[in-house]
Design a protein around this ligand. Structure first.
Ligand code: CUA
Length: 164
């Protein structure tokens, strides 16, 4: 007595094989992006109160700017976004250092795109967005607002000056 074999229509089998191949391709693409190309998803770092974030003496955004963590190697940069400017509008870091940006907004939603890097995120009031990058070449890198935030949205930018 032979075991009954399940019948699979050839069309159905081909589509199952095709779907599995696509899943493997997608998983590979995600793995290459994450581990090979260093693409990071900006996860919410922490929450702040947008009403007090600029005035609370314990808030780093009350005195935004560059903090040296390890001289020449590691820096934290706190940037506060408001209509229609970034505070500070100019940041200086040395070339080759690991620079982490912590950005939040005190009013409406803004964007933060850092030229010639893969740093690009939304700035939501009450949330802190964080990403890390290393500048390998000296020069000026603009950060621009990428989310429409009102009349002077297009004029909202700042610059990271990477010093040799
Ligand atoms: Cu800020 Cu657009």
């Amino acid at each position: 007595m032979s075991a009954k074999q399940m019948h699979i229509d050839p069309f159905e089998r081909n589509w199952i094989v095709f779907s599995v191949i696509m899943l493997v391709l997608f998983a590979t693409a995600v793995a290459v992006a994450a581990f090979g190309m260093g693409i990071q998803v900006p996860s919410p770092e922490t929450r702040v109160d947008p009403k007090t974030v600029a005035s609370d003496p314990n808030s780093p955004w009350a005195n935004p700017g560059v903090r040296e963590v390890v001289a020449g190697k590691k820096y934290d940069v706190y940037i506060l976004a408001k209509t229609w400017q970034y505070l500070p509008a100019e940041v200086k870091v040395p070339v080759g250092a690991k620079v982490t940006f912590y950005v939040t907004s005190m009013d409406v939603q803004h964007g933060f795109k850092l030229q010639d890097t893969n740093v690009n995120f939304q700035i939501v009031p009450g949330q802190v967005s964080k990403l890390t990058t290393t500048f390998t070449k000296p020069g000026s890198y603009n950060y621009i607002c990428t989310e429409y935030c009102g009349a002077a949205h297009a004029a909202m930018y700042g610059v990271v000056i990477v010093e040799p």
